[in-house]
Unconditional design. Structure first.
Length: 420
């Protein structure tokens, strides 16, 4: 923009972003001696729609920008050339879209953390009567402290008394809920769909329904409406997390989480549980001592040595099976890599369960140990690698239960799958 048309009190403007309605500049706020982001409406869009969109963004951000995971707005005004502008927090980390484009999919733990924080931001917005309506990786910025911050409320819906100030023509199709594409109104459930699509993108490196952009918009919309969400092919994504994102992107809004707060709680719990320990890829059939096993589980070795002198890699129940909780709902699915299977089970209900051992066969060869100590909410899942591709593998599991001076286990049913 022309220097003479810069907002008063701001200098050293450098363009850092360009959108259909506005241009973003990095600028120096001379009054507070800080770097800010200036959003200035483009001169060719100074029509009634753009003016209304600008007023909506001012109202929306004014209601919620004090939240730590929503970009803070400092000031607003009009340039000497009658162009509206907003001065906002400058986020030097760029957007999550840029981060994924430069480095590929993000780590599972990072995505869970980002998701929980964005849920808190959306919950605050929804409670304030604000719908974002364009949640996507490009609208999540990284602050100078590395925190994700929701930005761009330019097409938000703001409840003002009995009226709804909104603009409906600029949502991002690839992250839009099916009901929005079908002409429905925005809702908190639609925001949750877009958040689920965003988190899916961070894990997979691309939006769930995006393919060849040259194919046009119609096939994309058809795929979204069909709602056949592809499996995330990146390794290490827990089934529970992928299932939660699929729930967020359910075709029927009633099947999605009931609120951003509920989704946030689920993500936080999943984050606390996200720790599983895999032992050995193609582990040799040597015996593992009970002392080493207890050290791995973080419990006193004398308990195991007293009752399980020959656990090694074979399972031996030390108490009647009826008295011990067996792993429930054990499921095994193909992993994204060759020779890889992911096994999961229901979280133990007994508080004295200290760990779960996954066996190849009916308790004949231990392949993984998942300890619930020191964290009792560890994710009940394990990834097994180095298996023979195309050959059926049968697995079972047993909980290790510390009961008085004994550590006991009872095998689950055996489930089988074929690694890709």
């Amino acid at each position: 923009m022309l220097v003479e048309d810069a907002p008063e009190g701001y200098n050293d403007l450098v363009r850092v972003g360009q959108g259909g309605f506005a241009t973003i500049y990095r600028a120096h706020d001379t009054r507070f001696d800080r770097t800010v982001a200036l959003k200035v409406l483009n001169s060719q869009h100074l029509n009634a729609l753009a003016q209304r969109r600008f007023r909506t963004e001012c109202m929306a951000t004014g209601r919620v920008s004090s939240h730590p995971n929503i970009v803070t707005v400092y000031d607003a005004g009009t340039t000497s050339g009658s162009r509206p502008w907003l001065a906002m927090e400058y986020c030097p980390g760029g957007s999550l879209a840029s981060k994924v484009a430069a480095g590929g999919p993000l780590a599972v733990s990072d995505v869970i953390s980002i998701g929980a924080r964005l849920c808190a931001a959306l919950s605050a917005a929804h409670e304030a009567g604000v719908l974002h309506r364009d949640v996507k990786p490009a609208n999540v910025l990284l602050t100078s402290y590395g925190e994700p911050a929701l930005a761009d409320f330019g097409i938000a819906s703001v409840l003002i008394g009995d009226d709804d100030a909104t603009e409906t023509a600029a949502y991002t199709v690839v992250h839009a809920a099916p009901e929005i594409l079908a002409g429905g109104a925005g809702s908190p459930a639609a925001d949750l769909y877009s958040l689920g699509s965003t988190l899916y993108t961070l894990l997979a490196g691309k939006p769930p329904f995006a393919r060849d952009s040259s194919a046009g918009l119609a096939p994309l919309v058809s795929r979204i409406l069909a709602n056949r969400v592809p499996v995330i092919s990146q390794p290490g994504v827990p089934p529970e997390l992928e299932g939660l994102l699929r729930r967020c992107m359910a075709a029927d809004p009633r099947n999605r989480p009931t609120s951003a707060a509920e989704l946030g709680v689920a993500l936080e719990e999943l984050g606390r549980r996200f720790a599983s320990v895999a032992i050995g890829e193609r582990t040799p059939a040597s015996r593992i001592s009970s002392r080493r096993l207890l050290r791995r589980l973080g419990i006193a070795s004398v308990l195991l040595l007293a009752t399980l002198p020959a656990w090694g890699l074979t399972h031996r129940a030390a108490a009647p099976a009826a008295e011990i909780e067996r792993p429930r709902n054990i499921v095994v699915v193909q992993g994204p890599e060759r020779g890889e299977l992911i096994v999961s089970w229901a979280m133990p209900t007994r508080l004295d369960v200290v760990a779960t051992v996954v066996y190849q066969g009916a308790g004949t060869k231990a392949r993984a140990i998942v300890s619930y100590r020191p964290d009792p909410t560890t994710l009940p899942a394990a990834t097994l690698r180095g298996l023979d591709s195309g050959r059926e593998v049968c697995l079972s599991a047993a909980h290790l239960v510390a009961a008085g001076d004994a550590v006991n286990g009872a095998l689950s049913n055996v489930v089988c799958a074929v690694p890709r």
